[in-house]
Design a protein around this ligand. Sequence first.
Ligand code: ADP
Ligand code: TRP
Length: 358
Amino acid sequence: MSTENKKEIVLSGIRSTGNLHLGNYYGALSKFVKMQDDYDCLFFIADLHALTTNPDPEALHANVKSILAEYLAAGLDPDKATIFVQSDIPEISEMYLLLNMHVGIGELMRTASFKDKARKALGLSGSTDDNDAAFEHQIIGAETNKRVNAGLLTYPTLMAVDILIQKANKVPVGKDQLQHLELTRRFARRFNSFYGVDLFPEPESFDFGGKPVKVPGLDGSGKMGKSEGNCIYLIDDEKVLRKKVMRAVTDQGPTEPNSPVSEPIANLFALLELTSTPEVVQQFRDAYADCSIRYGDLKKQLAEDILKVTTPIRERVNDILADDEYLRKVLASGAEKARERAAKTLAEVRQIMGIRKF
Ligand code: ADP
Ligand code: TRP
């Protein structure tokens, strides 16, 4: 019986909403690449999740292909990891319907990502901490041309299903996804205890023992993100990339030794820490502390170090994109493996919930 793989199961995905940026790389993709040797890995492209905010057929289709090429160019190896597209696994959609029967609309409405995305959809300012009752009233009363779709509300259910249908143990994601993982654990516990079964393991986030990563933008505040318009993309060419880094927001510079560091400068240091050696980081920290720092030098160094990471990826992407046959093969074999496991879990879920043949 036991030819089964005993390695822990790792699963993660990225939405197909555009090209991958440094936030995706350090928060997710670079971890995927490092994990594929030691775990039983499944990495996918979350095209159904992309539909919750970006329902543009042509863009969606193109983005699935570009993310796949970027996955492969960054070093994901289809011989080691199962690489697939979410919508190629219809079992996910069925289990999403079933799991939704055990998810409360209240807990979904309180999710931070829902509030942020709903605010954006309605064109509202404000933060996730603002008055919930007033906000909920606005969601319900919204006109149809500016509405919050039910898919956005149930986004965490779909994400939980991605994870639970593969019975994943570890989920490498950036800091912004931790609340979704917490919900996934809660849904898993709830399902197991409601039906008195031990079907789903509770998945953990994974960060190689370090802190969850939050890659900042270069615009002075907040995280790097596609919708923030502050991204350094893995496929940015040298000129574009240097220009973006040289334009990063800074301040007037320290005037007294050991001054506190402002947010834009802390962000530059955070990026430097991700991309440079500890010696280089220390050298600039010392220069900041004794007021000799020149932000232009810091930015030049940062651009060079980022390019060292992104150039090999960018150089591979175009070749991979040109090879449709290879891409199709990767996805067909990934879908086959992911479906087999998903179908097994779905059959168990149906049985447990009472959807049985007579
Ligand atoms: P975006 O926020 O640009 O739309 P996604 O939501 O598709 O990106 O994120 C895909 C993965 O990349 C997730 O694991 C997410 O945590 C990670 N990620 C995205 N932006 C960042 C960031 N600025 N810092 C760290 N991780 C990030
Ligand atoms: N919600 C994730 C994001 O926006 C993408 C995602 C969908 C995901 N399903 C997942 C990540 C399952 C990890 C596991 O980035």
